[in-house]
Design a protein around this ligand. Sequence first.
Ligand code: KIV
Ligand code: ZN
Length: 517
Amino acid sequence: MEMVKIFDTTLRDGEQSPGASMTIEEKVKVAKQLEKLRVDIIEAGFAAASPGDFEAIYNIAKEVRDSTICSLARAVEKDIKKAADAIAPAKLKRIHTFIATSPIHMKYKLRMSPDEVIKKAVRAVEYAKTFVDDIEFSCEDAGRSEMSFLKEIIDAVIKAGAKTINIPDTVGYRFPHEMGAMIKELVEYFPKDITFSVHCHNDLGLATANSLYSVLNGARQVECTINGLGERAGNAALEEIVMAIKVRRDLFDGIDTRINTREIYPTSRLVASVTGIEPQPNKAIVGRNAFAHESGIHQDGVLKHKETYEIMSAEDIGLDVKDTIVLGKHSGRHALKKKLEALGFSNLSEEELNRVFERFKKLADKKKEIYDEDILAIMNEESDKTPKVYELISLQLSDCSDGMPSAAAKIKFEDKVYTDAAIGEGTIDAVFKVIDRISGINGRLMDYKVEAVSEGKDALAKVMVKVIFDENKPAVMGHGLSIDTMLASAKAYINALNNYLHMKDLLSKKISYKDSI
Ligand code: KIV
Ligand code: ZN
């Protein structure tokens, strides 16, 4: 098996994403997770960039044992010295030095002739070599550099001691077949013991494709970042490269990485949380929707046989399967049943499942996404075994801007539907009063609480009330659930009323109320 080294630059190029800066502690935490993911090399930062960067690399070098720790350095002595000092405590260490090689960069940015660039690169590698043996040299903007010049400078830095030669497509300009051809030519030209690496940016959305074509053409190191973070449109995403190599073993015959793919999802979540940059929902591999099937047809197919709509499994990247069933209005009974099982409700009868499915469908018509919390709230209500003596059929509220809030309700009691209306001091008061009028039992509200069950503007409202219906008896609780707070309030009050009647009934039969529920 030939191994492709995974060089993670989340902490260096990834941190160059606008808004992605991390504290030293966060960087150490991410580095420890990258070690768990089993990346070969961690580019922990750019030591000369700031004292904070230096300290982060130094601390990472002390903590991480299983991955090589690397610092970036321009091809200047003071950068290289800082890099060497920062990685000093590491068990496995590398200095990564670079200089631009494209005509446009050499002329306008460096203002140096090609010969001067070569001399500077050689001096940098030789100096770095006085500190560590493992030296990587990058030809910045190689994607727009001339092949003859690339060969010349690479030849010189190899003679100076560089073991890994990185070919960055710094501005994300190359197409996959071009990148592949470039790597092939270089790999065939230079001795076999030199590792060619690629570092692709995503300006045209081709970073992953370019990296994979490079591997197919002989690159044996890929530089990448978690969630594809990086300068401008970002770098090639580690998760995409690793999973593409794993899933398409037929194309990458005999080639592998040492990544523990089950740590991909936890690493992605950690990086998203410390940087505050969430991958887009449809981001390959780690996006919120990457393994989520919403359409009933897809859900049914996947539940019957995963491979109908999945080329890899969620478990492979360390994602909990229960999180992959996303319920919405297109979901069917099969998907709901699976979700209920994942949430711990595995023994529902056909009748119970039908009832929950009906409630779920009604909710899904009103709400874009149904969260686990919504299902749990429905199941919580379903588990309420109190006899439904009173049942709310409908509720209508007046416009309260005239200062006379009123509510009209239809309530079922012993198979008959009763209608009435009431005016209250506020809308909720009017709602409770109309229920009192219909039942003929007046309640005194002791407590009222409302909370959102799940996220978003369309979250379900869960209302809890505590009511005294008889001054000689204890207060009773009631819960109501609806997308509409007033409806949830009415349901909660009626639930409290039913609980009270149930309690009264049991007390008259001398059965403990607590024992009955
Ligand atoms: O994109 C680039 O060229 C880089 C180099 C420093 C490797 O990040
Ligand atoms: Zn870069």
